[in-house]
Design a protein around this ligand. Structure first.
Ligand code: IDP
Ligand code: MG
Length: 136
């Protein structure tokens, strides 16, 4: 079983669609093994998105991700990383396929409703960023 991390981002929590997104994830066959709502600090957001620190959108991304509460969800399933990326769709909702989470709920390339891990290795690392093994 693979693990992957979902973050329901501040735009989606503000729109009150965290329940709809969670239901889509469950309907797609994922097991939720951990879930928490929290308001990220700047320090946490900077660390989480450290791989993007040289990108022009990094500071805006940190501001956005700390603009309101998020819901972090640890997911488990066979082929979880790729299956979850398919469920959420492309980073830019204008390019996301019909029926994907981002097509349905994202506002823009930045405010794109959800995070998803990009590799099996990062799935493990990112779940560990928010959850102690004893919580899962
Ligand atoms: P991903 O979330 O689909 O894996 P990444 O390229 O890893 O996309 O980017 C991380 C996050 O940074 C995106 O989900 C989005 O919120 C934001 N982002 C990425 N590219 C842009 C951009 O060109 N403009 C503004 N925000 C961006
Ligand atoms: Mg990414």
């Amino acid at each position: 079983m693979e693990r992957t991390l979902c973050i329901i981002k501040p735009d989606a929590v503000k729109k009150k669609v965290q329940g709809s997104i969670t239901q889509m994830i469950l309907d797609a066959g994922f097991n939720i093994i951990g879930m928490k709502m929290l308001h990220l600090s700047k320090k946490q957001a900077r660390k989480f998105y450290e791989v993007h620190k040289e990108r022009p959108f990094y500071n805006d991304l940190v501001d956005f991700m700390t603009s309101g509460p998020v819901v972090t969800i640890a997911l488990e399933k066979e082929n979880a990383v790729a299956d979850y990326r398919n469920l959420i769709g492309a980073t830019d909702p204008a390019e996301a396929k019909d029926g994907t989470v981002r097509k349905l709920f994202a506002n823009s390339k930045q405010e794109n409703a959800v995070h998803g891990s990009d590799s099996v290795e990062n799935g493990k690392i990112e779940v560990g960023f928010f959850f102690a093994e004893s919580e899962l």
